[in-house]
Design a protein around this ligand. Structure first.
Ligand SMILES: NC(=O)c1ccc[n+]([C@@H]2O[C@H](COP(=O)([O-])OP(=O)(O)OC[C@H]3O[C@@H](n4cnc5c(N)ncnc54)[C@H](OP(=O)(O)O)[C@@H]3O)[C@@H](O)[C@H]2O)c1
Length: 253
């Protein structure tokens, strides 16, 4: 039986990925801070889902989690680095430094440190797969995207650089970059619980769903051992790139 470690398993993509991987025959270890949500998922999925307290911003928590996993399973075949968050939609000049720090700690440092803790055992086994959850925000700039988008640009480049370092091994690395997705807590967190703003964001639009991302993870994981999917960008049909912005009423320089 293959073992998967999914970070951010308590809601949204992570939860759907755990459901899908257990259905596909994996033993799944799901990490997050909200244990009560993970325990509810354990009740739903049974013995092949193992909940694990994990705060990716705390290196001791990461090391304890990986030590616990290594005790319970022979090795991690699949790491899904999904834990992440956006905080705020304000423009950079008026945004909160605290929010910036938390996004950097979670999306950049957290993802890098979980990878750092898991990678040696994969290289030693000369097998394994890491699937990172980036975002289209790492490629396409938009007002208010500032540090969140930059953190996902890190995920994109980190994924590619890992591939460069892993040349000559059979360890694989992929980056999934989703666009607008509903059915997760992402926007509730980003908009600090302002449900009117959350509803406005998803009004009259068919967004992608966590199940779509879970299906993408499952598809990547099923590829034959000689195939590495580098990057997948996935948007709802209703979402497209915007034109470049031109400000027409600026006084001449
Ligand atoms: N939804 C979208 O439109 C969208 C689009 C592109 C990319 N993404 C990315 O997809 C990933 C999942 O987001 P989602 O939409 O599923 O949002 P979500 O429902 O809010 O899920 C985020 C998950 O990350 C976990 N998490 C946050 N901080 C953590 C920490 N310090 N330690 C451990 N776990 C932590 C949360 O668990 P706890 O709070 O229990 O710790 C939760 O399980 C994120 O990386 C996000 O940036 C989302």
């Amino acid at each position: 039986m293959k073992t998967a470690f999914v970070t951010g398993a308590s809601s949204g993509f992570g939860r759907a990925i755990c459901q899908r991987l257990v259905a596909n025959g994996y033993r799944v270890i799901g990490g997050a801070r909200r244990m009560e949500k993970l325990q509810a998922l354990e009740r739903e999925l049974g013995d092949n889902f193992i909940p694990l307290a994990l705060d990716v911003t705390d290196v001791n928590s990461i090391n304890a989690a990986v030590a616990q996993i290594t005790e319970a399973a022979p090795g991690i075949d699949l790491l899904v680095n999904n834990a992440g968050l956006a905080l705020g939609v304000e423009r950079a000049q008026v945004s909160s430094a605290e929010n910036w720090q938390r996004m950097i700690d979670t999306n950049i440092t957290g993802l890098a440190m979980v990878t750092h803790a898991v990678l040696p055992q994969m290289v030693k086994a000369d097998s394994g797969m890491i699937i990172n959850i980036g975002s289209i925000a790492g490629t396409y700039p938009y007002p208010g995207g500032n540090v969140y988008g930059a953190s996902k640009a890190f995920v994109r480049q980190f994924s590619l650089n890992l591939r460069a370092d892993l040349a000559g091994t059979r360890v694989r690395v992929s980056n999934i970059e989703p666009g607008l997705c509903s059915g997760t807590d992402f926007s509730v967190v980003r908009l600090n619980g302002d449900m009117a703003a959350v509803d406005a964001l998803y009004r009259d639009v068919q967004a992608i769903l966590p199940e779509d991302i879970a299906a993408t993870v499952a598809w990547i994981a099923e590829q034959p051992a000689h195939v590495n999917i580098n990057t997948i960008e996935i948007m709802p049909v209703a979402q497209t790139s915007a034109a470049l912005n031109v400000v027409r009423d600026l006084p001449a320089c």
